[in-house]
Design a protein around this ligand. Structure first.
Ligand code: NAD
Length: 377
């Protein structure tokens, strides 16, 4: 008994489902955390070492993220045991089996996460239909290709600048991680007058105080190269990106890149968190004490999930981008106003905003976490 309810609190999880199908070697866990706001959306993570604890934490993070984003969706997450680089036919068999095992679990909408992609989602669509982030050819909005999360980050940045003493025009930005999120954030921000002075990928950092040519960098990355292949900039170690003097620092790579042992190297006035949990809670406090404004990850990087939800509700690319802009601007402003008024961290204000929205939705239900209306059972 204790084991089964180890992660239970007043918000959830509503259900934890362990799935086992020996004929195909399927072992998976689905945690549906809270669906008071609507059916849950959350990715399928495929890795050899996943577990119920990780799945529960990720499902809760999705409840808060979807609520903070202002979406009519709750939070859930699935983990699938296996090596994501296994032969394609084996992976397809597992994903199709997982979809079938969850055919009637209507309060969970499949989405991609680490180890799964739009092709996996197309297999889910083919089996049961209830999925987001599909390939364009079957009605999906390719959110990484259009830069949905980078677009959201650029709007969060613009609103955050109302709380800073400098403007976007001429602001020096540094981007850690030049993938789907980082390169598009750089593209949208430099289009509006910012100057990219440094960027990094897993192979190294490049730096030029006069500014880097973002279009050329994107070309290099898209043709399979590394940032250090760019000529006309200083080449530094991968982690040197942390210490480069700038106005806006954007982490868009890995978790926990700013910690107690390197937070003092960061020289920026504003940090806009593109990656998930890029800064440890202790380091975020240190930055606040130094007057560095941090826009928390689940506010700043919500563009991707907003895009996925818009796709689920039948919207096209234009409407999705417009919705990201509106929601990111509104939520960033709400969080920063509240944080300034009460002199609390933006992260604490954001968590309260999300919790208020979830609790309000729960108050409309006969049962707090779920509804018996069609689509929610
Ligand atoms: P991606 O794989 O497209 O790009 C990651 C980039 O980071 C690559 O350029 C890689 O070389 C670089 N990188 C890896 N390790 C690094 C390191 N130690 N130092 C510097 N660079 C490093 O991934 P992405 O989709 O851009 O996601 C980046 C982060 O943003 C992840 O934390 C992801 O969870 C988060 N996120 C992504 C989205 C989205 O819409 N794609 C939405 C929300 C959050």
């Amino acid at each position: 008994m204790k084991d089964a309810f180890e992660f239970a609190d007043e918000l959830g999880p509503l259900k934890t489902i362990h799935i086992h199908e020996p004929s195909v070697g399927l072992r998976a866990i689905l945690v549906i955390d809270n669906v008071a706001k609507g059916p849950s959306i959350g990715g399928v993570r495929m890795a050899p070492d996943v577990n119920t604890r990780e799945c529960s934490r990720l499902a809760r993070a999705m409840t808060l993220k979807n609520a903070a984003a202002g979406l009519p969706h709750g939070g859930g997450k699935a983990v699938l045991y296996g090596d994501p680089k296994m032969p394609k036919a084996d992976k397809e068999r597992l994903i199709r089996a997982l979809a079938n095992a969850l055919r009637y679990t209507e309060d969970y909408i499949f989405a991609p996460d680490m180890g799964t992609d739009e092709v996996c989602m197309a297999w889910v669509k083919d089996e049961i239909g209830r999925v987001v982030a599909l390939p364009r050819e079957i009605g999906g909005i390719p959110l990484d290709e259009i830069g949905a999360t980078g677009w959201g980050l650029s709007h969060a940045t613009e609103v955050a600048l109302e709380y800073c003493d400098f403007e976007l025009a001429g602001a020096r930005i540094v981007v850690q991680g030049f993938g789907a999120v980082g390169k598009n954030a750089a593209r949208f921000l430099t289009n509006r007058g910012a100057v990219l002075v440094a960027a990094s990928d897993s192979r190294g950092t490049i730096h030029s105080a006069n500014g880097l040519d973002v279009a050329r960098l994107i070309e290099i990355k898209e043709s399979g190269g590394a940032l250090v292949d760019y000529s006309g900039a200083d080449k530094l170690d991968r982690d040197a990106v942390v210490g480069i003097d700038c106005d806006i620092w954007i982490p868009a790579a890995r978790p926990d890149v700013i910690r107690g042992d390197n937070v003092d190297r960061l020289k920026a006035k504003l940090v806009v968190e593109g990656a998930n949990i890029p800064i440890t809670p202790g380091a975020e406090k240190v930055l606040a004490e130094k007057g560095v404004l941090c826009i928390p990850d689940f506010i700043a990087n919500a563009g991707g999930v907003i895009c996925a939800a818009m796709e689920f509700h039948g919207a096209g690319e234009g409407a999705a981008m417009q919705s990201i802009e509106e929601k990111l601007r509104r939520n960033t402003r709400l969080v920063l106003e509240d944080a300034a008024r009460r002199n609390i961290l933006p992260r604490d204000a954001a968590t309260e905003l999300a919790l208020d929205r979830v609790r309000k939705a729960m108050s409309f239900r006969r049962y707090s976490l779920f509804s018996s209306a069609p689509g929610f059972v």
